[in-house]
Design a protein around this ligand. Structure first.
Ligand code: UDP
Ligand code: MN
Length: 731
């Protein structure tokens, strides 16, 4: 370089500094523009989105199934379905009688344990019914002899105390509208809770600091950071321990145990949410946390994170419901450990009652006017509760749920998920899945903080008014172990004058796992059984879109007695499922007028059926008793043959002609005339465009040939046939 042009080092530094400052200024500008000018785009969250691009933004694991081990098949999009399960003993009968009681007597609490309010609900004088723990002493920790006959399980309690009588005087003739008027008056009491109490706040902090002092800022996992374990440095025993933990819990227990029980978590709210101010007089809530064999560290971290992130005046109590865990660490040592915490109560089910039964047990014990449900492996984030409570004071008939960020099951990294989704459901098993808001929904949004109306919710974490929960008949106690209850509550909330809302300003983190140790080998059966109950009661003519996917021909599905739930719906005078589909789940594909076909059998080779891949462009003819799922077809109004079960959202595959020769399976939306079929009077399947018919020639792939009406071109169409009368006894 020549002398004269040499750049002085100070100028060089100056330029570098300008460049760096300029860069950060641009970053800042982008932040402001995106966040404040285009709030509806939701791009604010892309910046933080570190998690795997999962189909599962705010939901519990993808469709609450994702974590189950045995996929139904190995297809690309089927990786996350299911299913295995332990079905606990327990009644299966139906009940909903709260509405009746409410209607007759006007108070929601009369079926509940009598609580001595003078001590702020800390003493439970007496429990009515056999199904609840006995405790005539202070209930800091509710203790119960697990072997006691007196305490059988909540399902029995519900059956006995809450069974819907058929007698005419037991039936309330109040409609939901009328009751709603009652509720309006009484909803004022929602606001009547204790004032903010700084001393109480300090007391809790002191107790927590004593039990589990905050870790160093750089301790493992602080601020939601991933914990990287150097596997090479682990001894053989430690590696074994890690594997054991994984198998037991479905997540990296070894890592969880390394993390502080009170780790600091990041604030993942958008700037708009951070500035929100909520009234001081929000109602206090009972927080219900059910668990079955939860790991110690995740369970205690859940409890501590509730206590650390919830203003004390909003926290009425934390009710831990032990669903008959047999882990030694969750026995009396848990009671001892929790004893110093004034608002934490422990209730135990004597035998496994499943998630739904355990929640109902929690509800029966809870004494606040607002109920909040949490999983037992979550971490609450700053300001998580206020938006949910606030929304309920604005409109009591609202079920609110937070943005559920992920805690990685391997390294416990807390990652942010997309916010601008809402919940839909799979037709195939009524499991939840999140779906991006459509452009028009986004355009209607006035701010990033506005609630997102959600047709369904993941169901693990939500807040609801006690009165509304009771009014809606709680959960169907015939739902076993896990699943279906989120759809039941979502459907009936919408159909019975309420709304289900995702609140973008409320954030929580939840451990998503790929296998769920709580669910044994019959889980899929149980989940389907639950789904059938919900579908039968709530889904009107749309239920066939679900049932036709799952029932085997000529086999009457059995899902127990649902007459009580049917009566409940009638009493509530809720809207139709058609209304729900047209007004609420508007972006869920529902070909309700489609003809379900369970088999397309070749006339010449009558053991052979048309089969297709749901994901690949492949159609073939195979033995009818094999590939049963791949033989299901829906004949749509537009002449398309939609291949397979109605799983998730689009694109589905339809039978189509690739060239004039081959019969392929392609995306339904890309194949218009090539995918239209006529089932002729000669029983041939004729392509409308090419006027050619599908023919089965032995030893060859399926072909399209000139329609001659030979038996190899003829196909017999079989529709699913089954009787949908609910079975009176438990399956
Ligand atoms: N759970 C329970 N009993 C059961 C199954 C689950 O108490 O039979 C609890 C479980 O410990 C957890 C909550 O219910 O706190 C939700 O279950 P899980 O986390 O397995 O469901 P997911 O988050 O996968 O939907
Ligand atoms: Mn969970």
């Amino acid at each position: 370089m020549r002398e004269g042009r040499q750049v002085r080092p100070t100028r060089c530094y100056f330029r570098f500094l300008c460049f760096v400052l300029g860069f950060w200024f641009l970053v800042f500008l982008q932040y402001v523009i995106v966040d404040e000018w285009y709030p509806h785009t939701g791009t604010d969250n892309h910046r933080h989105f570190r998690g795997a691009v999962t189909m599962n933004p705010h939901g519990l694991p993808s469709d609450r199934h994702a974590r189950l081990k045995h996929g139904r098949d190995n297809h690309r999009l089927h990786w996350n379905n299911v299913h295995v399960g332990h079905v606990p003993k327990g009644g299966n009968s139906d009940s909903d009688h709260l509405f009746k009681r409410f209607g007759r007597e006007g108070f929601r609490n009369d079926h509940l344990p009598k609580v001595n309010k003078s001590d702020n609900g800390r003493y439970i004088d007496k429990f009515v019914g056999e199904g609840l723990p006995k405790a005539n002493r202070e209930v800091k920790v509710l203790e119960k002899d697990r072997k006691s006959d007196a305490v059988r399980n909540i399902v029995e309690y519900i059956q006995k105390e809450m069974a819907a009588p058929d007698s005419p005087d037991g039936v309330s003739n109040k409609t939901l509208e009328l009751v709603r008027e009652d509720v309006k008056d009484k909803s004022r009491t929602l606001r009547s809770h204790t004032d903010y109490n700084a001393r109480e706040e300090a007391d809790v902090r002191r107790i927590l600091d004593k039990m589990a002092p905050r870790a160093h800022m750089k301790a493992p996992g602080e601020f939601g950071k991933a914990v990287q374990v150097d596997m090479a440095s682990l001894s053989k025993e430690e590696k074994f321990k890690m594997e054991l933990g994984f198998n037991r819990t479905g997540f990296n227990l070894y890592v969880s145990d390394l993390i502080s029980l009170r780790r600091r978590v990041p604030d993942m709210r958008s700037a708009g949410c951070r500035g929100m101010v909520y009234p001081d007089d929000l109602p206090a809530t009972s927080i219900i946390i059910c668990f079955h064999n939860e790991a110690w560290s995740t369970l205690i971290r859940t409890v501590f994170s509730v206590l650390d992130n919830t203003p004390q005046h909003l926290l009425h109590e934390v009710i831990l419901v032990d669903d008959a865990s047999d882990e030694p660490s969750l026995g009396t040592s848990l009671e001892e450990y929790l004893r110093p915490l004034p608002k934490v109560k422990l209730v135990r089910a004597s035998s496994r009652v499943g998630l739904i039964g355990a929640r109902l047990l929690g509800v029966a014990t809870a004494t606040a006017d607002v109920l909040t449900f949490l999983d037992s492996h979550v971490e609450c984030m700053k300001g998580w509760l206020q938006p949910m409570l606030h929304r309920i004071t604005e409109e009591e008939f609202t079920v609110t749920y937070p943005v559920i960020n992920g805690i990685d099951s391997k390294d416990f990294n807390i990652y942010q998920v997309e916010v601008y989704y809402h919940g839909l459901f799979n037709w195939v098993d009524l499991t939840y899945f999140p779906s991006q808001l459509t452009l028009s929904m986004m355009r209607k949004r006035k701010s990033i903080t506005e609630p997102i109306m959600s047709p369904t919710m993941p169901g693990g974490i939500f807040t609801i008014s006690r009165r509304y929960f009771d009014l809606l008949g709680g959960y169907d106690p015939g739902l076993k172990v896990w699943g279906g209850e989120n759809m039941e509550l979502s459907f009936k909330t919408w159909m019975c004058n309420g709304t289900v809302e995702l609140l973008p300003c409320s954030h929580i983190a939840h451990v998503f796992r790929t296998t769920n140790p709580n669910l044994g080998k019959d889980a899929y059966k149980t989940i389907l059984n639950n789904a059938m109950r919900v579908a039968f009661v709530w889904m009107d003519e749309y239920k066939y879109l679900f049932f036709n996917n799952i029932v085997k021909n000529h086999i009457t599905p059995e899902f127990g007695d649902v007459s009580g739930r049917v009566a409940l719906r009638k009493r509530l005078q809720c809207k139709s499922f058609h209304w729900y589909m047209k007004e609420v789940a508007t972006d869920l594909y529902a070909p309700v007028s489609a003809v379900a076909i369970s088999k397309i059998v070749n006339v010449k080779f009558s053991d052979y059926c048309l089969a297709h891949s749901i994901y690949y462009p492949k159609v073939w003819c195979g033995p009818c008793d094999k590939y049963i799922q791949q033989q299901i077809v829906w004949y749509l109004e537009n002449g398309q043959l939609l291949a397979g079960v109605l799983w998730r959202e689009k694109p589905w595959m339809c039978l189509a002609v690739n060239s004039s020769q081959l019969v392929m399976s392609e995306r339904c939306d890309a194949i218009k005339p090539r995918g239209q079929w006529t089932y002729t009077h000669e029983n041939t399947l004729m392509n409308t465009l090419h006027k050619k018919c599908i023919e089965l020639i032995p030893g060859q792939a399926l072909v399209l040939s000139q329609c001659t009406g030979v038996p190899t071109q003829k196909w017999q169409i079989q529709q699913p046939s089954y009787n949908l009368t609910p079975h009176p006894k438990a399956p």
